[in-house]
Design a protein around this ligand. Structure first.
Ligand SMILES: C[S@@+](CC[C@H](N)C(=O)[O-])C[C@H]1O[C@@H](n2cnc3c(N)ncnc32)[C@H](O)[C@@H]1O
Length: 240
């Protein structure tokens, strides 16, 4: 039990769909993006699945896969994402706006908020940004302190932020194990809402706790990722 009287290991939500890397691979194959951008590559499982021009950012790549495969180009930047965006623009390497992005870098919500705002500015309206680990299944997972087992950090806080400040976005919450996959489209590369209010947003949401997560879950509906295996169903939500 924590101070709120909540059992921090009690399951809050169930993810029973496609494993998240399978879903990312499916999106890559079905949507056929021409430009892919990734933050937090680690061993390279998701990067390997893409066949298009790609840019990957991670301060410490630990590649265990042949990640270039049939890609026409792959640029890898071994640095934190903030350094990358300070010094580089993805479009310079991809030669077109980002069409599919996967954000899975530092698991603290203010980092993901910056990664999202920076990435969106290089997208077009119907590009898709995927967020990992934003639908933790227990309160114990969402600590800001790195934990050895399944650790999501507090990146989930970006979801209530986007619902409150960016109601123009179209957000799909996918039931992908182990900790969800969130797919965001109807992007606005010219939006400055998050960057204009960045400090007050971080202040407002920093202390959001397990109770706030439970309340957020009571207001969203998970989409069954298995249903999006059908091309017809997938393209009702996403097209490039
Ligand atoms: C959970 S792992 C990513 C897992 C990988 N995407 C997958 O699905 O197998 C998180 C990664 O984020 C990277 N990372 C940590 N801080 C970062 C930062 N500030 N910017 C970019 N990546 C960061 C870590 O080096 C690590 O490889």
């Amino acid at each position: 039990m924590n101070v709120l009287g909540l059992n921090s290991n009690a399951p809050l939500i169930k993810h029973e769909g496609l494993f998240y890397t399978k879903m990312i691979e499916h999106l890559g194959t079905s949507l056929n993006p021409r430009a892919y951008f990734e933050i937090g590559t680690d061993a390279g499982v998701s990067l390997k699945a893409m066949k298009c021009a790609s840019v990957a950012v991670d301060p410490q790549f630990r590649l265990a896969e042949n990640v270039i495969g049939s890609k026409p180009s792959l640029h890898m930047f071994q640095m934190p994402s903030d350094d990358f965006f300070r010094d580089h623009a993805p479009i310079d390497y991809l030669k077109r706006p980002i069409e599919l992005a996967f954000l899975d870098g530092m698991h603290r919500f203010e980092y993901l908020l910056r990664d999202f705002a920076n990435t969106e500015s290089y997208c077009r309206r119907n590009s898709v940004i995927l967020l990992h680990d934003c639908l933790p299944t227990t309160i114990a997972m969402m600590s800001r302190i790195h934990a050895p087992d399944t650790w999501t950090g507090d990146v989930w806080k970006i979801l209530p932020v986007l619902r409150k400040y960016r109601s123009d976005l179209h957000i799909t919450y996918l039931d992908c194990p182990p900790t969800g996959l969130v797919a965001i489209t109807n992007l606005d590369p010219n939006s400055s809402t998050i960057s204009d209010s960045y400090f007050s947003i971080v202040r407002e949401f920093m202390e959001a706790d397990g109770k706030a997560l439970k309340e957020f879950y009571s207001r969203i509906t998970l989409t069954k990722s298995a249903d999006l295996q059908s091309h017809d169903e997938l393209t009702k939500l996403f097209w490039l």
